[in-house]
Design a protein around this ligand. Structure first.
Ligand code: BES
Ligand code: MN
Ligand code: ZN
Length: 483
């Protein structure tokens, strides 16, 4: 999907479809000299949410799409819901382009930029299709362009809102495609190959640490996860220099378990296929990085993807094994299914070598996170109030919700081990918090945050598929961090 601004007046520009409110539609019909036709068409229409009407006209404006129940008093959540419905109707229409009349859709809680963000996100969600592996693909949507018409078209803010919408679209597309790719295709090498594509940009460099390099560095925690698999693990590093040369970078880290069987602590078969989504953290940081590059954000960004496959085999790690992490701390692995924290802890230690101003890791880390928050919010943890505030703000403003969770010392006790510096799991209680506490031990004094996206990164059930989250949150955060 391509987002554009409608530079002429609404009725001057040719359009296959203009989406607007009843009030604005009436005026438009009058200006087009189509009042009679319009009044006839809306005879049975009631201006309520859920009721929408597409009126065919002849002339430059081919259709007016009347959205029922538009009011500037709608809460942002209701506005989002309304736009989700409208978007799913519009993308299925047999047209190449549609225009949104922002003046008609004005909301008291939202600026024009925000409206563009919300509508483009709704369209992007509705328009996404993943047909790569179907021999008879479902019919492709024909809508390719969305135009926005607003009062401030010529301003810089309007222009950047459109630029950001297109960049976010690109990032979401990458994140969703990577997430949906089956695990026999999307393995650590595939993530490396896809990350390398970002290296086409002059300000981007992509490199990797293979297993032998990780072994030399002493990344025993990471390697304990990948060693059961026939496909070697990769630590992928993407550097984007968009900011001032001396400015400390922001580091994003993504959990990239391309398939999580649980290892020797094997998972039960029900829904195990969904563990192909265990690399959605990685997909989201790659997607957010792609969006930042596309938008030319003025930030220095280092993105680390901890990519491995968690498999049981004769070479796999056993429960009871003790490994030494890159930090030097030793870990007793009591459950090989708590593998995300093992790859992440070495990635966090590695991130410190870049002297970053913030480290943010994103991971489908715990089933317990889904029990706590369901799929509506990602769980946010941080050892730094400023960083937590910035991420909460980005979550609220992007509509990609996150909820702050505690990292209190009390929870740390759960990780006690009789044999090593710590165990990799606590008991049954507070699983998402304890996992975050485990990671916090490796972040130490760095400004660090962790997003547990086990519930938000993908849908289960009939809508099974990657959601692309938290790309919108991360991209908004990066926009706000520009110098
Ligand atoms: N990848 C899973 C977490 C997960 C579960 C994500 C369901 C999305 C949906 C993670 O590696 C895992 O298996 N965690 C264990 C931790 C436990 C052994 C402490 C879990 O949640 O059961
Ligand atoms: Mn696991
Ligand atoms: Zn996992």
């Amino acid at each position: 999907m391509k987002y554009l601004s409608n530079s002429k007046t609404l009725l001057e520009q040719k359009s296959s479809c203009i989406a607007t409110s009843l009030k604005h539609a009436k005026k438009m019909a009058r200006d087009l000299g189509a009042t009679k036709q319009f009044n006839h068409a809306i005879r049975d229409f009631s201006d309520k949410q859920g009721i929408n009407l597409c009126i065919q006209l002849d002339g430059k404006i081919e259709r007016i799409f009347v959205i029922g129940g538009v009011s500037s008093d709608l809460s942002l959540d209701s506005f989002r819901k309304l736009m989700a419905t409208i978007a799913s109707l519009i993308v299925q229409m047999p047209i190449r382009e549609a225009t949104f009349d922002l003046l008609a859709l004005k909301n008291k809680e939202a600026t024009w930029e925000k409206l563009i963000h919300e509508i483009s996100r709704a369209i992007s969600n509705a328009a996404y299709q993943y047909n790569k592996h179907k021999s008879q693909p479902t019919k492709k949507h024909s809508v390719k362009q969305i135009r926005f018409h607003g009062p401030d078209i010529k301003t810089q803010k309007f222009h950047s809102a459109i630029k950001f919408a297109n960049a976010l679209e690109a990032g979401l597309q990458i994140a969703k495609d990577l997430g949906n790719e089956p695990p026999n295709v999307c393995n650590p090498n595939y993530l490396l190959k896809e990350s390398r594509k970002l290296g086409k940009n002059r300000s981007v460099k992509v490199s990797n640490l293979n297993e032998s390099k990780m072994n030399d560095l002493g990344m025993g925690a990471f390697l304990s996860v990948s060693k059961g698999s026939e496909t070697p693990g990769q630590m992928i590093v993407i550097r984007y220099n968009g900011g001032k040369s001396k400015e400390a970078p922001i580091v994003l880290i993504g959990k990239g378990i391309t398939f999580d069987t649980g290892g020797i602590s094997l998972k039960s078969p029900a829904a195990m296929d969904e563990m192909k989504f265990d690399m959605c953290g990685a997909a989201s940081v790659i997607g957010a990085t792609a969006a930042a590059i596309e938008a030319n954000l003025k930030v220095n960004l280092i993105t680390i993807v901890a990519a491995a496959e968690n498999m049981p085999s004769g070479k796999a790690t056993r429960p009871g094994d003790i490994v030494k992490s890159y930090s030097g701390k030793t870990i007793e692995i009591l459950n090989t299914d708590a593998e995300g924290r093992l790859v992440l802890c070495d990635a966090i230690t590695y991130a410190k070598s870049f002297k970053p101003r913030a480290i943010i890791d994103v991971a489908t880390l715990t089933g317990a996170c889904i029990v706590a928050l369901g799929s509506h919010a990602s769980a946010l943890y941080s050892n730094n109030e400023n960083l937590a505030d910035s991420l909460e703000k980005a979550a609220t403003e992007s509509g990609d919700k996150a909820w702050r969770m505690p990292l209190w010392d009390e929870y740390q006790a759960n990780l006690r081990s009789n044999f090593a510096d710590m165990a990799n799991v606590g008991g049954r209680e507070a699983g998402s918090v304890v996992a975050a506490c485990f990671l916090s031990r490796f972040a130490d004094n760095e400004n660090w945050a962790h997003l547990d996206v086990a519930g938000s990164a993908f849908h289960s059930g009939p809508r099974k598929g990657s959601s692309g989250r938290p790309v919108p949150l991360l991209f908004k955060y990066l926009q706000d961090q520009q110098s």
